[in-house]
Write a new protein. Sequence first.
Length: 532
Amino acid sequence: MMRRAFACSIHMLLGLAVVAAPLPLLAAGSSVPVVHTEAGALSGVHVAAAGLGEFKGIPYAAPPVGSLRWKPPQPMTAWSGVRKADHFGPRCMQRPLFGDMVFRSDGMSEDCLYLNVWRPAHSAGKKLPVLVYFYGGGFVAGDGSESRYDGASLARRGIVTVTVNYRLDVFGFLALPALADESPQHATGNYGLLDQAAALRWVHQNIAAFGGNPAKVTIGGESAGSMSVSALMASPLSKGLMQQAIGESGSVLGNLKPRPLAQTEKEGQAFEQHVGAHSLADLRAMNASVLIKACGDKGVAEFSPTIDGYFLPRSPEAIYQAGEQAHIPLLVGSNSQEDYYADLFNGRAPTPANYRAVLEKQFGAHAAEALKLYPGNTAAEVKTSGTALAGDQFIAFATGRWMQLQRQTGHAPVYYYYFDQARPAKRDGSAGPDPGAVHSSEIEFALGNLSGNHVFAWTATDRKVSATMEGYWANFIKTGNPNGAGLPHWPATADKDGGLLRQVIGADTHTRVDHAVTRYDFLQRVEPDAHL
């Protein structure tokens, strides 16, 4: 999916509106956990067996519906009494595009700006490290309720874990001149990213009530969530709201850079015409289901981040090159099979001749250089290099570019990984093990959620790899350094022997000298001339 604002200041987003009608109070002596946020009291769920408190479906902004559709997230309404936070809120409007998304949400709705918190029991008054995690899904799908993002395992390690819903697709990223005209900043688009910044502001102001430390926040995410993390690091609206960052496969750099505002506004106008709307008022009056369905129509451009001049004052590439991004430790990397060689061939055989033709078509005058970096003299070599090339062009190059620029200008350690643990066979026998670690397959390993995925027949080796990877993640969240007792040493990335130190995470976790950066340098240099 990834291949192919503003009515009020972000710093006012958590101001409270008129107090709503009182909510029913809990019975005296109730054992459920209760916290007091700036908007009111919340009751969660006490999971005695796990020693956790869970708070689900917490509103962090007003429902972005009616006149608030395509506006920055607005202040929520405060409440009296105790509001139940015992089930997930609705997921944001989206099409059913990805079969691996297992939702536990309360349906689907435009009213979707909710977050979820997992914390150790009896953490009141403590200052525990915090992880705020953003889901992937190409900015068109995903939800904080997905089982693979469950925060219980990290919470058992002493981390207050938060997952966040943010607006998607046309609701999250429509850009129009009419929307810019009504914005004090003359900005449009990026509403989903503004949601994320508002959620971080909520965490900053409220997480202490859950036992979290607002001065020890790590933001993390995978795929579009990782792209979001790189964007949040670049945005002036989220500066100071996080102290560390984790990026799993994705960034808004390299070949995944946001599009110029002029382009996205034209695409927005084309969508407006496509759905038969004659004004912004018409668009806001249209049924949400009609709009989301139209996003899948032939010829409709994808909705994704743009350089809006507000959340992103200029291109992320320029921001990172100038060292204007957040100077915080970064743990970042990608997987061994982000994409597969077969996607290069359109059904043709992966022969050296066909491979050369693919590279000549893609890189033109640079094809000979590409063949040196991605050699294909035998069928086996074609499959290996083709998988590397397809993965680089999909998302690994953009991830590597982020690593490079943060290392050069970020003034903080960068820990660079390569995840290569392929998932095992499916439990129902319908498919054997993957050849490599496919896109998004690291999530359950890193967040300690193998047991929540019942599709695969996890092995003892898988569980060991997950314990290692989650250990690295937990240590980094706590200290800004992934190293700790019982784990293979992971050095911060540094130059060595013509490459960079990189941690391979898998059945044999170890440090190696990685030379993929030479491929990324090539792609960065030729990308304007290539058909990526």
